[in-house]
Design a protein around this ligand. Structure first.
Ligand SMILES: [Zn+2]
Length: 177
């Protein structure tokens, strides 16, 4: 796509724009008590933001979440996204972080909010095993399903780059990377 090189001051400016949005979405997750749970999702408050152009390895990649759930990386170019796109992107990544920080505690649904699995559930061992054997598509759908359970909003995919959005677009298609 031939984007200009990202300078250090661009990264600093991107932090100034991205960090307040990131903090607001992450704190919303951390303060939420999922339906059926007894405590809020406080673990996600440990999840740190890194702004780094390394994540921008394709036209539609603006963000990623490390698989321990403790780091979300946003590309500095995300600071130029429309605000509702940016918030939807961060919300999707916080869905991943919550998922990775609470292995098998959410049962994702492809077209609905994820269900909280009580810690004393008999099926928890089996759910945890299924959780660790998910496909890449299932992991993506689960991030959106958890985000739906937390925010009450369905993340959808809009535009030619199929970026996250909250209205219009369509549910995440299979194979989207
Ligand atoms: Zn994802």
């Amino acid at each position: 796509m031939g984007e200009a090189a990202v300078e250090l001051e661009d990264v600093e400016m991107a932090y100034a724009i991205l960090e307040p949005h990131y903090d607001a979405v992450r704190d919303f997750f951390a303060d939420t008590v999922p339906e059926g749970a007894s405590e809020p999702l406080s673990k996600v408050r440990q999840t740190k933001l890194l702004v780094d152009p390394v994540v921008r390895n394709s036209e539609r990649h603006y963000a990623a979440c490390r698989d321990d759930g403790l780091l979300i990386v946003l590309a500095p170019q995300a600071a130029q996204l429309p605000m509702d796109t940016l918030v939807a992107v961060i919300t999707h990544e916080c869905g991943h972080a919550t998922d990775f920080l609470s292995p098998g505690r959410f049962l994702g649904r492809k077209q609905g909010p994820a269900a909280w699995v009580p810690s004393d559930a008999k099926k928890q061992g089996r759910i945890r095993r299924m959780w660790s054997e998910r496909t890449d598509d299932q992991i993506e759908w689960d991030a959106d399903s958890i985000a739906w359970a937390v925010t009450g909003k369905q993340i959808r995919y809009c535009g030619s780059c199929m970026l996250q959005c909250f209205s219009g677009g369509r549910p995440r298609p299979e194979g989207l990377r």
